[in-house]
Design a protein around this ligand. Structure first.
Ligand SMILES: [Zn+2]
Ligand SMILES: [Zn+2]
Length: 349
């Protein structure tokens, strides 16, 4: 049986290269303190961090930089990772997706179902162009979107003081769409924090950092299972480390953890058939019985879903089910009635 190496990171970060509050080395230092192994930056329409040599190891934390693209109407935000050449602004969403693919990049649809109820100053940027194919992943949980969506004039101050309590669940319509996409081909689910940490002047007077980086790093984390350990000794160069991270992501060996409800390190979801173990992200041709198993480091309400429907539910740290039916199988775990862990699926075709 193969042992995978687990790394926990944060995806979809903004720095001072666009509308984030801090420079990358400072953000990386905070992430290191918080125990994060990697950071995927996505400043708006720029690969400056890559050009200026900021990628690579900052202590124990790996920094990689892509960018966030938008279409000419500032809709359809798209995270473009593993690209070498900058993509000019003002293209259509379809052109953005195509250009990322042509460079061998890894493209992720950002905050697809974004809504707002509060302020015109922060309009929503949903994904609207679903005819387009060719993307690699979809941000099924966006921490900033969820926070802003629930903000009203009445709870605004409360939400600033208790940001982590507003993280509850990914948007249901996005999960549904993600399940349906995976019936046809692998579309990787990611959790992003979309951190900016911009300042907001409460009552127009004293400035408060909205969601400082340190707090954000305790929210939605992306865990990946890599073939090579994600450590400076094993993947010293940015190129080698990038290859390790995106090999795992592209294979769907990845899950999302809401860290404010507990550390998800050690969670596993796999399939067993004929003495062989297949990790999450696998797509298996249907033939006979498959045993699906998941284990968690902390107890919770564990649900195994097939095509979006719960087919098994257990309270505790493990769930298993034997099946011969095709479908998109994935795990959701709840703690304190909120979403804690979301796996990528195992698909029986
Ligand atoms: Zn965006
Ligand atoms: Zn963003």
């Amino acid at each position: 049986m193969r042992e995978w190496h687990e790394a926990a990171g944060a995806v979809h970060l903004h720095s001072q290269f666009s509308d984030g509050a801090l420079p990358i080395p400072e953000i990386a230092a905070i992430a290191g303190e918080m125990g994060l192994d990697f950071l995927l930056f996505s400043d708006h329409n720029t690969l400056a961090p890559r050009r200026l040599g900021l990628e690579g190891w900052h202590g124990r934390t790996l920094v990689l930089a892509g960018c966030e693209l938008n279409d000419a109407d500032d809709r359809n935000h798209y995270l473009a990772f593993r690209i070498r050449k900058e993509i000019p602004a003002g293209l259509t969403a379809r052109q953005n997706v195509r250009r990322v693919a042509r460079q061998g990049g890894f493209g992720v649809i950002a905050h697809p179902a974004e809504k707002r109820s509060f302020s015109d100053a922060y309009p929503p940027y949903p994904w609207t162009d679903w005819d387009i194919d060719g993307f690699d992943g979809i941000e099924i949980w966006n921490q900033m979107s969820e926070w802003l969506e629930g903000v009203t004039r009445r709870n605004f101050i409360w939400r600033i003081w208790h940001p982590l309590r507003s993280i509850r669940f990914p948007v249901w319509t996005t999960l549904d769409r993600w399940d349906r996409l995976n019936r046809k081909r692998r579309v990787v689910g990611l959790g992003g924090i979309d951190v900016h940490a911009f300042e907001y002047k409460v009552l127009g007077l004293f400035p408060v950092a909205l969601y400082p980086y340190k707090v954000q790093f305790k929210s939605i984390r992306m865990h990946i299972l890599t073939a090579t350990p994600l450590r400076p000794a094993d993947v010293p160069t940015p190129a080698a480390a990038e290859a390790a991270v995106f090999e795992a992501l592209a294979a769907g060996r990845a899950f999302i953890v809401n860290y404010s409800l507990g550390d998800g390190r050690g969670f596993r979801f796999w399939a067993e058939r004929a003495g062989k173990r297949h990790p999450m992200g696998s797509r298996l041709a249907r033939s006979g019985n498959v045993l699906l198993r998941a284990e968690a480091p902390l107890p919770g309400r564990m649900r195994l879903l097939r095509d979006g429907r719960v087919v098994r539910e257990e309270h505790g740290r493990s769930v298993r089910m034997r099946t011969s039916e095709s479908g998109v199988y994935r795990i959701e775990i709840f703690r304190r009635n909120r979403g804690w862990v979301y796996s990528n699926p195992i698909v029986i075709t």
